[in-house]
Structure formats: C-alpha cells, structure tokens
Design a protein around this ligand. Structure first.
Ligand code: HEM
Length: 141
C-alpha cells in the first residue's frame, strides 16, 4: 500500500473518528458527558478536518511541494494530538487550566498553522507534472 498524503490523512482521520465515536458511546452509556468537548474536537478537528485535508490532497494537490506537505501533515497531527490530550486531561479533572494552558494554546496555534499551510499549498501554483519531459521537448524543438 502506497502511503500518499491523501491516504495517510484518511487513515489517521478514520482513527480519530473511531476513537471519538467510542468516547461518544462511552459518554452516552455512562450518562457522563464531561468529555463532551474532547469528543467534539476529536470528531471535528481530528476526523472531519483530516478527511477534508485528504480530499484537498486528492482533488487539488496533484504535485505538492513535498517539504511543505510534510510540515503541514506533521503540524496538523501534532496539534490535534496535543489538543485532544490537553482537553481530555482538563475535562477529566486531571490537571488545572493553568497547567494545561501552554499545551492547549500551542496546540491551537499549531492546528491553525496547518490550516494556513494548506491554504498556501492550494493558492500557490502547482509544480509542473512533467518538468523534465517539457524541458526535453523545448530543448529538442
Ligand atoms: C457513535 C457516534 C456518536 C456518539 C455516540 C456521540 C455522542 C455524543 C454525546 C453523548 C454528546 C454530548 C451531548 C451533550 O452533552 O449535550 C455529543 C456531542 C457532540 N458530538 Fe457526538 N457522538 C457521535 C458522533 C459524532 C460525530 C460523527 C460528530 C461530528 C463529526 C460529533 C460531534 C459532536 C459535537 C460537535 C458535540 C457537541 C454538541 C454541543 O455542544 O451541543 N459526534 N456526542
């Protein structure tokens, strides 16, 4: 199985979705909704946003600049894991807001940076799919 950016986003997005739904079912079964915010962020930032990024890669980013795509991918997943972990600890009452503030603040900024980077990748011109072939044709004609 070739690990392209779209497939990697999809696989991790589905993983967040499974975890988020399991948490939702746990909340419903125990009638303890204290992790509502964690569930919502797992589903929306984790699942939904990752699937949207997978679709963007599939539909609009044929040949993204690899270094930029790698940074964007890492930022989105790092930010998501930091955010969900921080929210889980906060709403589970394991840590105070003061303790978690640096983690949650940086997580939000990292998730935002990932969104800005994908915007740059969509807006900036796509590298030519066949630069070598094109230059051969130009040189030979
Ligand atoms: C197995 C499927 C799911 C279960 C069992 C489930 C369960 C729950 C529960 C128990 C709550 C708390 C409701 C409350 O206390 O007011 C909740 C809230 C929420 N869920 Fe889910 N959920 C599921 C799927 C999803 C999906 C697919 C999404 C989005 C992609 C989602 C997004 C949200 C959001 C945004 C909230 C917060 C709603 C609010 O604050 O009013 N959930 N869910």
């Amino acid at each position: 199985m070739k690990l392209t950016f779209d497939r990697s986003f999809l696989v991790l997005g589905l993983t967040y979705g499974i975890l988020g739904m399991a948490l939702g079912i746990y909340m419903a079964a125990t009638r303890d909704h204290s992790q509502l915010v964690t569930h919502a962020h797992l589903m929306l930032v984790g699942f939904l946003l990752s699937v949207i990024y997978a679709l963007i890669h599939r539909l609009w980013l044929e040949q993204p600049r690899r270094w930029l795509a790698r940074i964007q991918f890492a930022a989105h997943h790092l930010g998501t894991v930091m955010m969900v972990t921080g929210l889980y600890l906060l709403y589970g009452g394991h840590q105070t807001h003061e303790t978690l503030e640096p983690l949650l603040a940086s997580a939000s900024i990292i998730v935002l940076v990932a969104m800005l980077l994908i915007a740059v990748m969509v807006i900036s011109p796509v590298r030519s799919a066949l630069p070598a072939a094109e230059s051969r044709i130009t040189a030979g004609s």
